[in-house]
Design a binder for this molecule. Structure first.
Ligand code: AP5
Length: 212
């Protein structure tokens, strides 16, 4: 199964991606995580991406497309994958089509104010990438990752002004993908403004419908 999770920043793509990739036994591939890893290792790509990311802008298409082309050629993607945060422009979507197409695009739909609230409470583990929320999904011990015991931190691009910029970028550059995939009849919209559990249930309904 080749699945894409599409949605504005903070829609819950990363939160939902974990169980979907486990259930379908496909790798979860997050361009945001890959780029943050490059930034942390200070690679050439990371040094280029840092500024775009901190300003809430998209990293240039050619860089991201090349990075994903290489990733999708790896052995573990042969029978499918779950993409989180890619594609994000029509150009990226066309590149992905040329590489073989998709089975399903899940569009997680959430309003702007709910997103700003979610991002202000997000905490991430810089070591293992686990995502938490101070109120909606807190760690067992305050400030400490349940999985690896590392100290949690706020993501660099989660301050409100940057989140609002990212929402604007989503509307301008990524939202056109909604009609692009709807016209191919592979887009399913998922109401995602409720709780994490409600969104999980809504995704499950879509997946069960598809399996007939
Ligand atoms: P990326 O890391 O992909 O960020 P994003 O798409 O903006 O999405 P987020 O990771 O912020 O949110 P999410 O939807 O995964 O939500 P989460 O589950 O964490 O990209 C970062 C940057 O990298 C981009 O701005 C760009 O610069 C660059 N980049 C990445 N991909 C690129 C590409 N393809 N092309 C060019 N540039 C690219 O949830 C958010 C919070 O809410 C968490 O705290 C969570 O616990 C909580 N939460 C989740 N669901 C719920 C719920 N239902 N109710 C209440 N709380 C919830």
């Amino acid at each position: 199964m080749k699945i894409v999770l599409l949605g504005p920043p903070g829609a819950g793509k990363g939160t939902q991606a974990e169980w979907i990739s486990a259930e379908y036994d496909v790798p979860r591939i997050s361009t945001g995580d890959m780029l943050r890893d490059h930034v942390a290792r200070q690679t050439q790509l990371g040094n280029l991406a840092r500024q775009y990311m901190n300003e809430g802008k998209l990293v240039p298409d050619d860089v991201v497309i090349q990075m994903m082309r290489e990733r999708l050629e790896e052995e573990d993607c042969r029978d499918g994958f779950l993409l989180d945060g890619y594609p994000r422009t029509l150009y990226q979507a066309q590149a992905l089509d040329e590489a073989g197409g998709l089975d399903l695009v899940l569009y997680l739909d959430v309003g702007d104010e709910e997103i700003v609230q979610r991002m202000s409470g997000r905490r991430i583990c810089p070591r293992c990438g686990e995502v938490y929320h101070l109120v909606n999904d807190p760690p067992k011990v305050e400030g400490i990752c349940d999985k690896c015991g590392f100290t949690l931190k706020v993501r660099e691009d989660d301050k409100e002004s940057t989140v609002r910029k990212r929402l604007e970028v989503f509307r301008l550059q990524t939202a056109p993908l909604i009609s692009f995939y709807a016209s191919k009849d592979i887009l399913r919209k998922v109401e995602s403004s409720g709780s994490i559990e409600e969104t999980t249930a809504n995704i499950r309904t879509v997946l069960e419908d598809l399996e007939g």
